[in-house]
Design a protein around this ligand. Sequence first.
Ligand SMILES: C[S@@+](CC[C@H](N)C(=O)[O-])C[C@H]1O[C@@H](n2cnc3c(N)ncnc32)[C@H](O)[C@@H]1O
Ligand code: SF4
Ligand code: SF4
Length: 326
Amino acid sequence: MSLKKLVVELTNICNLQCDYCFKEAGTSHLDIGLLQRLLEEARSWGASKVTYTGGEIALYPQLEEVFQRTAALGYRYAVVTNGWHFDRLLPLLSRTRSALKHVFFSLDSASEPQHDSVRGKGSYRRIMGGATSCVEHNLPFSFLVVVNQRNYQEMQSLAELVSRLGGKGVTFGHMLPTSNTLDQQLSLTDQQRRSAEAESRRLNGLLDIIVSFSASATNEGSVCCEPLAGRTVSVDCRGRVSLCCQLADYRGSTNRKDIVADLNVVTFGTAYAGFLSLALQQRMRRNNALLSGDPMAKHPCDFCVSTMGKTEWRGKLDPAYTTAGA
Ligand SMILES: C[S@@+](CC[C@H](N)C(=O)[O-])C[C@H]1O[C@@H](n2cnc3c(N)ncnc32)[C@H](O)[C@@H]1O
Ligand code: SF4
Ligand code: SF4
C-alpha cells in the first residue's frame, strides 16, 4: 500500500446549486500556505498526482499559483469542474500544460434541457464549449456522470457524446443520497445499479473511449477504491484529512467520523498514519458486513456514507415535509 494521489478541495464555494449535490456549500477557501506544505510533505510520502475539486475550483482566487506550485513540485494534476467558468480556467491550465493530466467536466445528461434542469440554464453549452476548447488546445478531458433515475437509461448516449466530442472517456458513479426525498426520487434500485454497472462494462468495449464505473458493487471487496486502498488521500478546504472527498462536508450531516486529522496542527505524516488506520478499519468493517449478508455493503460508497454517519436523516421526515405537514 503506498500513497499515489491527493484529492484537494480548494474551496467549498460554488456558483451552481445542483439538487443532489452532497457538498455542504460554504464560504471557505483552502489556505495556500497550507496547500504548499501539504504538497511538499505528501511528495516525500510518494504522492505524484493531485486532483483539484470543490465547490468550484474556478472560484478559487489563487488558482494560477496553485497550478504553478503543483507543477514546480513535479506533480501531475487533474481538475474537476462544472465548466461554467472554463474560459477562466483555460489559460491557467494551458500555462501548466506539461503538468496537466486531465480535465473532468461534470455532466448530467446528453440532452441540453435535461442537463440544464439540474445545473442551470446555459450550463450544458458552457460544458460543450469547454470540451471544444480542450480539443483545440490539446487538453485531455472526460465527463463525470452521477447516475440516477433521471439519466441511467441514457448511458450509451452520454458515451457516444464524449466520443463525438473527442473526449478520452466517461466515468459513471452512483448518486449518494442526501435526503429521504432525493433518495426516494433519484436513487437506483439494486437491480438498476447492477444493470448500470453492466452497461458501463458493455460500453467500454464498444467505443473508442474509456468507460468506467467508480467504486462499483463488482469491485473487489477488500480494496474497492483508491481511498480504501490507502493510495488516495483527500484534504478538505479547511485543511482536514478525510477518509474520502465524497464524505467530507456531507450535506445535512454534522457527523465528522471521516475526518482523521487537521493539517493546521499536525504534519502530513501523522495525518497519513491516521488515514491508513481508518481505511483499514473501514475495509474490515465492509468485509464483515459482506460476509454477514448486509445488503448495504454491496454498494461501497453507500456503505461508507451510512457507516460514517452521514445519513442521520434516514427514517426521519425531511424538514420541508415536516413544515408542510405542520
Ligand atoms: C462536488 S463536485 C465539485 C466539482 C464541481 N463543482 C463539479 O460539479 O464538477 C465533484 C463531483 O461530485 C459529484 N457529485 C455531487 N453530488 C453527488 C452525489 N450526491 N453523489 C455522487 N456524486 C456527486 C459532482 O457531479 C461532481 O462530478
Ligand atoms: S455538484 Fe459541483 S457544481 Fe453542482 S452544486 Fe455541487 S459543487 Fe456545485
Ligand atoms: S465513499 Fe468509501 S467506498 Fe466510496 S470512494 Fe470513498 S472511501 Fe471508497
